[in-house]
Design a protein around this ligand. Structure first.
Ligand code: OGA
Ligand code: NI
Length: 384
């Protein structure tokens, strides 16, 4: 039986920091109006200590995937060492020479406008309903009443399972109709490329951690992942708000492509730093689930996005997630008396549900989830 059937529904461990509001009274984020508004609604004004600031640039370690693919053991060892250091410290690195077609990437960014420039009522054909993980969302579809993010998103489900090989195309067809078939095709292709890249990166991570190269790529076979298109409209008061508040990705691995507009910031060494766009590079970061898989060795780190008053900013995030039946458990090589288990076994849907019920994910979330699981979990022996 699946673990998620045997454990009670998560109860509020810590109170949600925001008031849950009724969808009918939720503020509607109509970017065509709000981008010109100099009096931004108070729901989008962040407290002073969280407001954005001009921050120093972060020199993100750069991983050359062509060196990893070269077959040269010295080059491979160097790549793995660099990744290992980055992931133990903050979990962020860039990948270059990844082989993903540059035209596909720039097309994936430019066609975002076709969707996000539509009138709100058209975008709402793909509206993400409360409790769902895919679809169009803005202002967190009514979940919160303050510290709202200045952005709109379209989240698409991707599955590596054979029978789901057209899932992204079908989504566009079903929700948006035949005029959007080309977008479906582009994002399906993009997801297929991200899936291949993500599995290869898990091999670099495996070698970095000193486990078998295929250990994690096998674990992520038939993964059930998400592609999220993030669209940050201009804001006339960018110093008051955030495009995405500080959070850790609860997922396993994120591969982010940002357009040429800066906005991503990472919290490293106790300060915010900017990860400015590097052409032809993807920003990769470790999420909470991979942190658990690595027995806490690789870090999932706080990051956020700021907005500007001039131009929209677009980013595309591929969030690698395990198949729903896989048990997230570290390989035996990473557990011994000096490195006891940090987190109990779990399955991804249980953690996802926990994060949905407990406000946004941050650096506390995985540990709170672990405590909650330990208190509520049925004996391991009865798990499938
Ligand atoms: C995210 C994220 C940052 C960005 O989607 O989880 O952190 O720059 N995005 O859009
Ligand atoms: Ni993120």
């Amino acid at each position: 039986m699946a673990i998620e059937c045997m454990i009670p529904t998560p109860s509020p461990v810590h109170e949600a920091q925001e008031t849950q509001i009724h969808p009918a009274t939720a503020l509607v984020f109509d970017s065509s109006v709000l981008r010109h508004e100099s009096n931004i609604p108070t729901e989008f004004v962040w407290p002073d200590h969280e407001k954005p600031a001009v921050v120093p640039e972060f020199q993100v370690p750069v991983i050359d995937l062509s060196a990893f693919r070269s077959g040269d053991p010295v080059a491979i060892a160097e790549v793995c060492k660099l990744v290992n250091e980055a992931c133990q410290k903050h979990g962020f690195f860039l990948v270059v020479n990844h082989g993903v077609d540059a035209d596909l990437v720039s097309e994936a960014i430019s066609v975002m406008d076709r969707f996000f420039d539509l009138p709100l009522s058209c975008k709402q054909k793909a509206l993400r309903k409360l409790g769902e993980h895919c679809g169009y969302a803005s202002s967190f579809t009514g979940r919160f009443s303050s510290k709202l993010p200045w952005k709109e998103t379209l989240s698409l489900r991707f599955s590596d399972e054979k029978e789901c090989s057209h899932i992204v195309e079908e989504y566009f067809q079903n929700k948006m109709g035949p005029d959007f078939a080309d977008l479906g095709e582009i994002y399906q292709k993009y997801c297929n490329e991200m899936n291949k890249l993500a599995l290869e990166i898990t091999e670099v991570l495996g070698l970095g951690l000193g486990v078998k190269r295929e250990h994690f790529s096998e674990f992520y076979q038939e993964n059930d992942s998400v592609l999220r298109l993030n669209y940050y409209p201009p804001c006339q008061k960018p110093e008051l708000t955030l495009g995405t508040g500080p959070h850790c990705d609860p997922t396993s691995l994120t591969i982010l492509h940002q357009d040429s507009v800066s906005g991503l910031q990472v919290f490293v060494d106790n300060e915010w730093r900017a990860v400015n766009p590097t052409p032809n590079a993807f920003v990769v970061n470790i999420g909470d689930t991979f942190m658990a898989l690595s027995n806490g060795l690789y870090k999932s780190c706080l990051h956020r996005a700021v907005v500007n008053s001039e131009i929209p900013r677009r980013s595309i995030a591929f969030f690698l997630c395990p198949h729903k039946d896989k048990v997230v458990t570290p390989p035996p090589e990473l557990v011994d008396s000096d490195h006891p288990r940090v987190y109990p076994d779990f399955k991804w849907p249980t953690f996802l549900e926990f994060t949905q019920k407990h406000y946004r994910s941050d650096i506390e979330t995985l540990l709170s989830f672990a405590s909650w699981l330990k208190e509520n979990q049925a004996p391991l022996a009865t798990q499938s």
